[in-house]
Write a protein that binds this ligand. Structure first.
Ligand code: NAD
Ligand code: UD1
Length: 341
């Protein structure tokens, strides 16, 4: 049963991949994005992949009046909320921007949903809410905490959503905790396009492979892990997108006001394993050096994806080789990311 779904942050990395799968599942999609961290060029690419005209509302979700007007004019039945800032380091430098944007956009959205009787919401949370000392594999019932303003915005928004659900028990809210999203659409025409020097591993390796960066610095090889480098649960963005479609379907059937699901593969891959998988995708070795640990990093983070499997019937299927092949296709076809116009 198709719904009219508002995708806030739908021009971004994960949002754009999710839009494709929502359309394929028969939903009617509206995109809201202020292009703070994305480029309008992505919309044309989405239209050429899907063969559909996309309706885009280009404004800041914090603009409560415009958000109200949008809900007045469109029969929105469900919302997926990707909109927010996401760079950990930047959040330490500019905490107020992070709190204002991530919380402010959520408040404006929740108000408009309440006034218009919209009761289905899927929210982008993160495994970062498990904090520093969580045992692996991580289960959804672990306590939450954070070590930086970005992480706190996720912890806080999760709490806001639980409180709203108590006051509005007809709400059906999915909190999706993503592990490490990587990869790109198989067409190679959409993918992750970070601005400036990437902080995350795969985008960094991609730029080493195209020659924009000299070599990978591996942050620490003295962790208590099989090869000494840290373990993460890398998940293909296509699997992640499918998880949103499954969560939306589940919200129409569940009696629970708030559901929290990990979206991960359940496997921990090391930094060196990812580097070597990427080298296989590119067909040559890539330069790297081992340096000290990055402040704030943990040795291992990977999901127990059992709840999502049982309740959503969803499971990640792509391997780390698939992730690297698809990232490389995107990066090699678009060495400078999306064009500006
Ligand atoms: P992204 O930056 O590519 O996409 C976010 C989109 O939201 C961008 O297009 C941006 O322009 C838009 N946006 C930001 N603030 C806005 C506002 N106030 N009004 C309207 N639009 C706004 O990020 P992404 O990687 O696609 O992540 C999507 C969501 O998933 C974010 O909430 C992020 O915190 C969360 N998340 C991402 C990761 C990851 O590693 N990519 C991991 C865990 C959680
Ligand atoms: C980052 C975020 C986290 C977010 C997660 C989701 C930070 C500090 N944390 O964590 O909040 O939820 O992404 O995607 O940014 N590495 C290198 N060299 C590099 C880059 C990374 O060795 O140049 C290593 C890191 O030390 C880590 C692994 O690669 O062990 C993955 O790093 P990254 O992609 O930044 O993800 P997370 O550390 O999981």
């Amino acid at each position: 049963m198709g719904m009219r779904v508002l995708v806030c942050g739908g021009a971004g990395y994960i949002g754009s991949h999710t839009v494709i799968q929502l359309l394929a599942a028969g939903h009617d999609v509206l995109i809201l994005d202020n292009f703070a961290n994305s480029k309008p060029a992505v919309i044309k690419r989405l239209e050429s992949i899907t063969g559909e005209h996309l309706r885009v509302h280009a404004f800041d979700l914090r603009d409560a009046e415009r958000t109200e007007r949008l809900f007045d004019h469109e029969q929105i039945e469900a919302v997926i909320h990707f909109a927010g800032h996401k760079a950990v380091g930047e959040s330490v430098e500019k905490p107020l921007e992070y709190y204002q944007n991530n919380l402010g956009s959520t408040f404006s959205l929740l108000r408009a949903m309440e006034r218009h009787g919209v009761t289905k919401l899927v929210f982008s949370s993160s495994a970062t809410v498990y904090g520093e000392n969580a045992p692996v594999p991580m289960t959804e019932d672990l306590p939450t905490s954070a070590t930086n303003p970005y992480g706190w915005t996720k912890v806080m928004i999760e709490q806001v959503l639980r409180d709203v659900a108590v006051a509005q028990p007809d709400q059906r809210i999915a909190i999706l905790r993503y592990f490490n999203p990587v990869g790109a659409h198989r067409s190679g025409t959409i993918g992750e396009d970070p601005s400036g020097i990437p902080n995350n591993l795969l985008p960094y390796i991609c730029q080493v492979a195209v020659g924009r960066l000299q070599k990978l610095r591996v942050f620490g090889d003295d962790y208590d892990t099989p090869d000494g480098t840290a373990l993460r649960d890398y998940i293909h963005v296509e699997d992640l997108a499918a998880g949103h479609v499954a969560a939306l379907a589940r919200l129409t059937a569940t009696e629970r006001a708030v559901s929290t699901w990990n979206l991960g593969t359940g496997n921990g891959s090391s930094v060196l394993e990812m580097l070597h998988a990427f080298e296989r995708a590119v067909g040559r070795t890539l330069p790297y050096e081992i340096v000290g640990r990055r402040a704030g990093d943990i040795a291992a983070s990977f999901a127990d994806p059992g709840r999502a499997r049982a309740e959503l019937g969803w499971k990640a299927t792509h391997t780390i080789d698939d992730m690297c092949v698809d990232s490389w296709r995107w990066q090699s076809q678009n060495p400078n990311g999306y064009p500006d116009a």
